[in-house]
Design a protein. Sequence first.
Length: 113
Amino acid sequence: MSKYTAITEAGKLADKQVALLREAMERKMEQQTQAEWHNAKVKWYNIRRAYGFFTLDNTNIDVFFHISDLEKARMIKIPHENEAVELQYKQIEDGLRVSDVRLVERRREKAQA
């Protein structure tokens, strides 16, 4: 076996190991995030393109959403910028996408008033 063949085979093996690790991490993240509700705020929403982003509280992590995600969650209205929501998300190829979302009730604000 030549050095080139050995290096090529080692590279292929490393690529397979990285792919397997990536799949395992994605499955683990998906399992964790599906069951948990996370607090977030609307970063922005583009009405013409029908998509936007939420930002998870206390992080700079953005979660993509499309109007169809809101419809699946049976949201009647489109949340406004900086409006508080609770959401669940899933890992997709390009990042994170909402899998369920609901508006946060304003009980705390009413109780303080």
